[in-house]
Write a protein that binds this ligand. Structure first.
Ligand SMILES: Nc1ncnc2c1ncn2[C@@H]1O[C@H](COP(=O)(O)OP(=O)(O)O)[C@@H](O)[C@H]1O
Ligand SMILES: CC(=O)N[C@@H](CCC(=O)OP(=O)(O)O)C(=O)O
Length: 260
């Protein structure tokens, strides 16, 4: 949703959903904007399994960009379309408490697994959705930045936006988890969109490298969400006009449906 037109269109869809009696919870990312800010500050970042290895210095920048700039931009876009949005992060009202996440890499030749330290990347361990229930009972639309609290008040964690969305969806027992991205869905090696994926398909496609980078946390999240009781999880193209409305209100959804 890098450009203003896509943002306004998305915001209008969200307002329409609320007016139709659907209760949307918006969880956002902002990877490109974090990259831009880190570059301006002369800080280089690296990724492992689609997650940004986050130093103590970086986590402050990440919080500033996500909970500050991006969150308020989305809130303003929704308000600009006649909605009433309220911005939150996982630190508000114990919404998302995290522990330190780790990632593993596997050497393709020896198949030996190595555990990587990702710094201040958070893995949600406790979701208290009560603040969302309170907000959803009113005309307000919650917009959540994927910043996590730790067990101690001084800790801040950088959480992948998809991971945060999945954890909140499971805690809310959401009917749908829609993961919007900048591609038509999960594609095979030939570039064809795969319309339906099971856990076995996902394992195979990750193993052979078809699913890589930022798509890894998305498919993992979608699968964990449906296994955790979310009605359905879909990875779809956020750039397409009315992607969210078409997915919810028409017979044939677009993108990739992840099934348990
Ligand atoms: N099998 C795949 N199908 C589609 N996209 C893939 C696949 N494997 C890796 N990707 C990459 O994942 C990207 C989406 O992840 P990411 O950029 O992190 O999304 P977002 O910023 O929307 O969270 C796509 O733009 C594409 O470059
Ligand atoms: C741990 C981790 O990788 N966090 C992400 C948070 C933002 C995000 O998820 O942004 P996208 O949805 O645009 O990828 C990051 O630092 O980029």
């Amino acid at each position: 949703m890098g450009d203003e037109t896509a943002m306004a269109r998305f915001a209008r869809d969200i307002v329409l959903m609320k007016q139709c009696g659907v209760n949307p919870v918006v969880v956002h990312g902002g990877g490109p904007q974090i990259n831009e800010m880190l570059t301006r500050l002369g800080v280089k970042s690296e990724f492992a399994s689609g997650l940004r290895i986050t130093t103590a210095e970086m986590v402050e920048v990440v919080e500033m960009v996500l909970a500050g700039v991006i969150n308020k931009r989305i809130v303003a876009a929704i308000n600009g379309q006649g909605g009433r949005a309220v911005g939150l992060s996982g630190k508000d009202a114990h919404l998302m408490v995290c522990r330190k996440a780790t990632a593993t890499t596997r050497d393709p030749d020896s198949h030996i697994e190595q555990v990587l330290d990702l710094g201040f990347v958070g893995e949600p361990v406790r979701i208290d959705p009560s603040v969302l229930h309170t907000v959803l009972q009113s005309e307000l639309i919650p917009v959540v930045a994927p910043i996590g609290a730790g067990e101690t008040p001084t800790e801040t964690f950088n959480v992948n936006g998809d991971t945060a969305a999945g954890a909140l969806a499971a805690a809310l027992k959401a009917e749908r988890l829609l993961l919007l991205t900048d591609t038509e869905g999960v594609k095979d090696k030939a570039g064809t969109v795969l319309t339906r994926l099971t856990a076995e398909d996902i394992a195979r496609l990750m193993d052979d490298g078809t699913i890589a980078g930022g798509m890894i946390p998305k498919v993992r999240t979608a699968l964990a969400a449906v296994e955790g009781g979310v009605g359905a999880a879909v990875i779809l193209d956020g750039r397409a006009a009315h992607a969210v409305l078409l997915e919810l209100f028409t017979e044939h959804g677009a993108g990739t449906l992840i099934v348990d």
